[in-house]
Ligand binder design. Structure first.
Ligand code: SIN
Length: 305
């Protein structure tokens, strides 16, 4: 196996790994070491099924189980195949293409703003492992951008670091969607159907490696103890800093690619789909550092509407 850098700051490709077999100790060590160093790891040509995908993910931590979002508001990717995987892409539950920009797609377009998965959850995730079962051709959109939030932290002026390191960010699912372009009012009914409350996470995280990273993905909308407008402005400034071109690796998908990212120190965003002619079937395992395999709803004691 070989790990080849894809970007000057982060992101690498793992070549020569076979994810169809039960993960060996060597594979697990190689992936853990590459993730600690690069934050994003690409494995091409995996050709694995859902069971192999989950087995590989579980070698690195317990799965975060998807919360069952009711039909009317279900993100378009929530194809009900495997209840332990999250779905992204442009297919509905019947496997038909949902037109980009249509009513059925709008909630999913929240993924086009840089975010870290489940930051609206009190138990923030370790990694996500996204597998492209069907991917659009090059130039049809649907790439995934990754941003290195460690390098963004490293480059901040010392005075800014000292000011923001003790601060705590406020994360809100619905306000995050609004900032991602969801039009119209966030109604009490929407909050009843997807009832994630506001949760707090440190604005700056220290990784097991000792490196620090900004934790300001798209659901972060303010700062505890600051005036709401002042907190939102600070978060927007940090977000603009952390999403500069120099911190971004753009992944152009090929069928059977897996991308693995560390949600604690990277952000990611889907790019818009430029055509409705192509299927994008993406399935994601997300893992926590430790604990039970449980959904955010169950962990947070939220009732399904
Ligand atoms: C995600 O945000 O988890 C998926 C990103 C993508 O579909 O490219």
């Amino acid at each position: 196996m070989e790990v080849r850098p894809l970007h000057p700051l982060f992101a690498a490709e793992l070549v020569g790994a076979d994810l169809r077999a039960a993960p060996s100790a060597e594979l697990i060590d190689t992936v853990e070491a590459a993730m600690a160093r690069y934050g994003v790891l690409v494995v091409r040509g995996t050709a694995i099924d859902d069971a192999q995908h989950k087995r590989f993910a579980r070698a690195f931590g317990p799965l975060e189980l998807p919360s069952r979002v009711p039909g009317a508001l279900r993100p378009q990717g929530t194809r009900v195949f495997d209840p332990e995987l999250f779905y992204a892409g442009n297919l509905d539950h019947n496997g038909e293409i949902i037109a980009y920009g249509s009513e059925g797609y709008k909630l999913a377009q929240g993924a086009e703003r840089f975010h870290t998965d489940s930051s609206f959850h009190t138990m923030p995730t370790k990694w996500s492992l996204l597998l492209g079962h069907e991917t659009p051709p090059p130039a049809a959109g649907g790439d995934t951008w990754f941003a290195d939030a460690r390098a963004a932290w490293d480059d901040l002026p010392q005075a800014t670091k000292a000011r923001i390191e003790p601060l705590v960010g406020i994360h809100d699912f619905w306000e995050g969607r609004r900032r991602a372009g969801l039009k119209g009012e966030i109604t009490p009914e929407m909050r009843r159907v997807i009832p994630f409350p506001r949760v707090d996470h440190p604005l700056v995280r220290t990784l097991p490696s000792g490196r620090k990273a900004l934790y300001i993905g798209g659901h972060c909308i303010g700062v505890v103890g600051l005036d709401p407008a002042e907190g939102a402005l600070l978060v927007e400034e940090l977000y603009a800093h952390a999403t500069q071109d120099k911190y971004i690796y753009r992944h152009r998908w090929q069928q059977h690619d897996m991308t693995i990212w560390d949600n604690r120190c990277t952000m990611h965003a889907a790019t818009p789909l430029l055509s409705n002619a192509f299927r994008r079937d993406m399935r994601r395992a997300t893992i926590n550092e430790s604990g039970a395999e449980i959904s955010a709803y169950d962990w947070m004691g939220l009732a399904e509407a």
